[in-house]
Design a protein around this ligand. Structure first.
Ligand code: GLU
Length: 324
């Protein structure tokens, strides 16, 4: 018998949801529900300073308002608790030990500015390809440096190209050593890195399908490498188009006018927003007010656009009641 489909929402509650997060949650929900599957809500509050618990509570209320329900996770709990990453440090610690036993983890004492000095100037933090300099430290050097600095921990990657097929974006491959470099699994302040946490959590929560924004497509080779090292089975990936502002900028939590806090002030229910998003991503030929439930019978991934989507200018200039 095929495994039951288990989808998930994995929001980072660093602020209120924006329409890109809503589209992601909507498509994850439609995909799992249209296959008779279950939905897990995992709160990715790895960095508790950026993600106070109040934000996660608000996020749950926003999901409920949108008509997107879930079977386990968040404050609801369930068989795979904890569902808050801030409570999973010992679990990530166990995974780290498995990697350490394979001799693949080393301490890194480089500061952010050193990393940037060694990288091309236009690269952001997450794109810096680490040159592996701390991998070459001797045991004595590590001991000396540890007296004054708490190191981050990095995972050695092989000179290997990892390829996979994304169900929305098609084939993707990346050479781990050349295009990614040894990556962080734990920051110097002890907070575990997203790449490790997401793999451990998706695996232990039995997630079979990951629907998320296309900005995370390039993380998959690192995650597949971790799946292999930890002996887990990877999920199916579907990376959905990003929503862009009319000027081509990526829509983010900075677009406060479009976050659910302000949208909910002008909308009595979520149907106009769901309908506008469903139309933008290809699920509805015309924008019209709908609930997620009403989209379910005709939902099919073939309908969903694959390329980035610019939101109309009027989303910034008129209230959402007038978007349809
Ligand atoms: N927590 C991430 C976000 O809110 C998503 C991570 C994932 O889906 O793997 O953008």
């Amino acid at each position: 018998m095929p495994d039951c489909v288990r989808g998930r929402f994995a929001p980072t509650p660093s602020g209120r949801m924006h329409p890109g997060n809503v589209l992601c949650a909507l498509l994850a929900w439609l995909s799992a529900r249209s296959q008779g599957g279950r939905i897990v809500l995992r709160i990715e509050d790895l960095d508790p300073l950026r993600c106070p618990r109040g934000n996660a509570d608000l996020l749950e209320r926003d999901l409920a308002w949108l008509g997107l329900d879930w079977d386990e996770g968040g404050s609801r709990g369930g068989a795979h608790a904890p569902y808050y990453q801030s409570e999973c440090t010992p679990i990530y610690g166990t995974a780290l030990e498995i990697l350490q036993k394979q001799g693949l983890i080393y301490p890194c004492f480089c500061s952010r500015s050193q990393l940037h000095a060694a990288s091309a100037p236009h690269l952001s933090d997450s794109q810096v390809i680490y040159d592996g300099r701390c991998r070459r430290l001797t045991a004595d050097q590590v001991q000396q440096l540890s007296k004054t600095h708490r190191p981050a921990l990095r995972l050695c990657v092989p000179n290997e190209t990892i390829s996979f097929t994304d169900s929305c974006q098609g084939n993707y491959s990346e050479n781990l050593a050349k295009e990614c470099g040894d990556f962080l699994v734990r920051r110097s302040d002890g907070v575990f890195a997203y790449q490790l946490a997401v793999v451990v959590d998706d695996a232990r929560m039995g997630v079979t399908e990951v629907v998320r924004g296309r900005d995370l497509l390039s993380s998959v080779p690192q995650q597949l490498y971790l799946y292999r090292l930890l002996g887990y089975r990877p999920p199916q990936y579907r990376h959905i188009p990003l929503l862009l502002a009319p000027d081509g900028r990526r829509l983010s939590k900075r677009d406060r006018d479009l976050d659910l806090g302000s949208l909910r002030q002008s909308l009595s229910n979520a149907r106009p927003l769901i309908g506008a998003l469903a139309h933008l991503c290809g699920l509805l030929p015309q924008p019209e007010p709908v609930t997620p439930q009403e989209l379910l019978p005709q939902f099919h991934w073939e309908l969903v656009r694959r390329e980035s989507i610019c939101v109309p200018e009027k989303w910034y200039t008129t209230p959402p009641t007038e978007w349809l």
